[in-house]
Design a protein around this ligand. Sequence first.
Ligand SMILES: [Cu+2]
Length: 121
Amino acid sequence: MAARSSRALAALAAALLLIGLTACSGAAKPALVPSDTGADPVVTVSVVDNRYEPAEVEIEAGQAVRWVFEGAMEHDVVAEDGSFVSELVTEGEYVHVFEEAGEFPYDCSVHPEMTGRVVVR
Ligand SMILES: [Cu+2]
């Protein structure tokens, strides 16, 4: 009985190891926040100390913005028009590709005083 359950445990451990290896292979770096795929980010906005730095960025259509979350408090990135929304997190990054020209104001759902703007040419 004891031998059988330890063999079952060994099989379970091997299965878990295999799952772990499969999940890890091919992942270049862990993305803590789901990001849109597509263009490489051309500008990075730091989300720290209850502000976006820089608060306004300008890119070309088809380019992407990367928000990097740091610090102890949870923040997110929520477009005024709802066209992009990140998760509420304390760390990690969020990337959004802007396909259309326009001005995209956004803020943090927890801290309405945190505002930013992406201008797409
Ligand atoms: Cu916030």
